[in-house]
Design a protein around this ligand. Structure first.
Ligand SMILES: [Zn+2]
Ligand SMILES: [Zn+2]
Length: 231
């Protein structure tokens, strides 16, 4: 099962231009089986996306990208926003006591919001994002090396903020996942692989994706009916 674990929607990540209905149509179209909405510090967009996903019969799972003092984490299994700044330790304890799962987001991305070598001292997360769409390959490689040294699984996520970025990295799970609880268990299980590079998804329908890329300048301004014409 192919899931993009890291996507931002316009509705609650101001940095993103992705509209929910387009996100769902596009994800289905390029061959993803499900998508996780991980907006910054809030579930608001994810809750709405999940509702629309149900209407459109496409699985959307709720997550959040939480900015701790040490760096970003993708968290799953929390049912409400945290609403205050906190440390990685506080977040991981909260996720653990809520029965959730936590992934270190883009561990070695340069600049801020990345744990970097603190991945070796902070304990209690379940995986590292070893393929992140907003991180260059050399820094993703450092994350892969940390995942290997720590014997923790690696995930892939597009970190998409534009429609055509969805699916450029994703995680292939060995089993079918139908609920957030199952997603949390799956993340903890380690039975998955990060898929490196958009081409893994693009192969599904190269022509359609080329069309999307070609129209990328205007695609986010278009209604779903226009997208359907492209499909
Ligand atoms: Zn981030
Ligand atoms: Zn992100």
């Amino acid at each position: 099962m192919k899931i993009d674990l890291h996507v931002h929607t316009k509705i609650s990540s101001p940095c993103s231009s992705i509209k929910i209905t387009q996100m769902i149509d596009y994800a289905r179209h390029i061959g993803l089986d499900a998508i996780c909405v991980t907006d910054h510090d809030t579930l608001h967009g994810a809750i709405l996306a999940q509702k629309i996903g149900k209407e459109k019969n496409f699985p959307v799972f709720k997550g959040m990208e939480i900015n701790t003092y040490e760096g970003d984490f993708l968290v799953f299994g929390l049912e409400k926003d945290i609403g205050k700044p906190l440390s990685a330790r506080e977040l991981l304890d909260l996720v653990s006591s809520s029965g959730g799962a936590a992934i270190v987001a883009h561990p070695y991305r340069p600049f801020e919001r990345a744990l970097k070598d603190k991945v070796y001292s902070i304990k209690g997360f379940n995986a590292l994002e070893v393929e992140n769409g907003n991180t260059s390959p050399e820094y993703n490689k450092l994350a892969q090396s940390a995942s290997f040294k720590l014997s923790l699984p690696g995930t892939g996520g597009s970190d998409a903020h534009q429609l055509w970025e969805i699916g450029r990295y994703y995680t292939r799970f060995d089993h079918t996942i139908t609920s957030e609880q199952e997603l949390v268990e799956a993340i903890k299980s380690g039975n998955y692989q990060a898929k490196t590079g958009a081409s893994n998804v693009l192969n599904y329908n190269q022509e359609a994706v080329t069309n999307y890329s070609y129209h990328k300048e205007k695609i986010n301004e278009q209604p779903v009916s226009y997208l359907r014409q492209l499909i």
